[in-house]
Design a protein around this ligand. Structure first.
Ligand SMILES: C[S@@+](CC[C@H](N)C(=O)[O-])C[C@H]1O[C@@H](n2cnc3c(N)ncnc32)[C@H](O)[C@@H]1O
Length: 247
C-alpha cells in the first residue's frame, strides 16, 4: 500500500533498517546480477540492495513511492551511483530497459488487488531487455506465516542507536476472502514515553494465480524457488520466488 506509515513516516522509517538487515535475498540477487549491466529495483525501500549492487559501471535504478525511504537510500554508501525515482511501480515508466528487475523484501505483497499486481507485472515486462530476467518473492499462503504476527510470538527488542532498547510487537487480522493480512506494528520507546504504531496491509497469493497473472502480462518463470537459499518451490515452502523473463 503506497500510503503505509511504516514507509512514509520518518520516525517509523528509522526502524526499517534496524529490523531488516542484509538477508539471503540480497546475497542471491547480487549473485544473479553478476553479469547484468543494468538493474532495476522496484519497491527499493531504503535502497540497500540497489546501493550494494551499484559499482559505478552498470546502470542501477531504484523505484519507490515513499519519499522517506528514498531519503535514507540517497544518503547511504553507494547511493550516489543509483538513479532513485519516487513513483509507484504500477505506473512508472523510466524509458530504459534492464538486464535484471528485482522486487525484494516481499515488496510484491504490498499490491493488494489483481489490477495492481497486473500493472506491476506489466511495468516489469515494459522494462525488460529482450534477454532480461526478473525475480521477486512473495510468502507462500499455505504456510500461514501471518499466524506468528501476534503479540505473544512477535515480541522483540530492537536496539536503537538513540533510544536504546525499544520493545516491538505486531498484531494481525487475516481476511480469508481476500487473502489480505492487516497487521499492526508497535514500537514502545521507553526513552520518550511514546509508542509509535502503524497499520499495514499485504496480500498473500498462491502460485497458480501468480502463474496466470505472469502469463497475462507476457512473462513466464523458468524457475520457481521456495527460499532464498535456492531450494526449488514445493507446497510447504516458505516463499514463492519466480525467476523469469519475457514470455
Ligand atoms: C517491505 S518494503 C521492501 C523494501 C526493499 N525492497 C527491501 O528489500 O528492503 C516494501 C516497499 O514497498 C514500497 N511500496 C509501497 N507501495 C509501492 C508501490 N505502489 N510501488 C512500489 N513500491 C511500493 C514501500 O514504500 C516499501 O519501501
Amino acid at each position: 500500500m503506497s500510503d503505509d506509515p511504516l514507509y512514509r513516516d520518518p520516525e517509523l522509517v528509522d526502524f526499517y533498517d534496524l529490523e531488516n538487515g542484509v538477508w539471503d535475498d540480497f546475497g542471491f540477487c547480487i549473485e544473479l546480477a553478476r553479469d547484468a549491466r543494468s538493474l532495476l529495483d522496484l519497491g527499493c525501500g531504503t535502497g540497500q540492495l540497489a546501493a550494494m549492487s551499484a559499482d559505478g559501471q552498470r546502470r542501477v535504478a531504484g523505484v519507490d513511492p515513499a519519499a522517506a525511504m528514498l531519503e535514507v537510500a540517497r544518503k547511504r554508501d553507494g547511493g550516489d551511483k543509483v538513479r532513485w525515482v519516487e513513483a509507484p511501480a504500477e505506473t512508472v515508466r523510466l524509458g530504459e530497459k534492464f538486464d535484471l528487475i528485482m522486487l525484494t523484501g516481499h515488496a510484491f505483497q504490498v499490491f493488494l488487488t489483481d489490477e495492481a499486481i497486473s500493472a506491476v507485472l506489466t511495468t516489469i515486462a515494459a522494462h525488460l531487455e529482450p534477454e532480461g530476467r526478473f525475480i521477486f518473492d512473495t510468502r507462500n499462503p499455505l504456510c500461514q506465516e501471518w499466524r506468528e504476527w501476534v503479540p505473544d510470538t512477535s515480541q522483540r527488542i530492537v536496539p536503537h542507536p538513540v533510544y536504546g532498547d525499544v520493545k516491538a510487537w505486531n498484531d494481525v487480522a487475516f481476511d480469508d476472502a481476500t487473502a489480505i493480512a492487516t497487521y499492526q506494528t508497535f514500537y514502545e520507546i521507553a526513552a520518550t514515553g511514546k509508542t509509535l504504531s502503524a497499520s499495514s496491509q499485504i496480500r498473500f497469493m498462491g502460485k497458480p494465480r501468480l502463474e496466470a497473472l505472469l502469463a497475462e502480462a507476457g512473462l513466464r518463470a523458468d524457475r520457481w524457488l521456495g527460499d532464498w537459499k535456492g531450494e526449488p518451490f514445493h507446497e510447504q515452502a516458505k516463499e514463492i520466488i519466480p525467476i523469469g523473463r519475457l514470455g
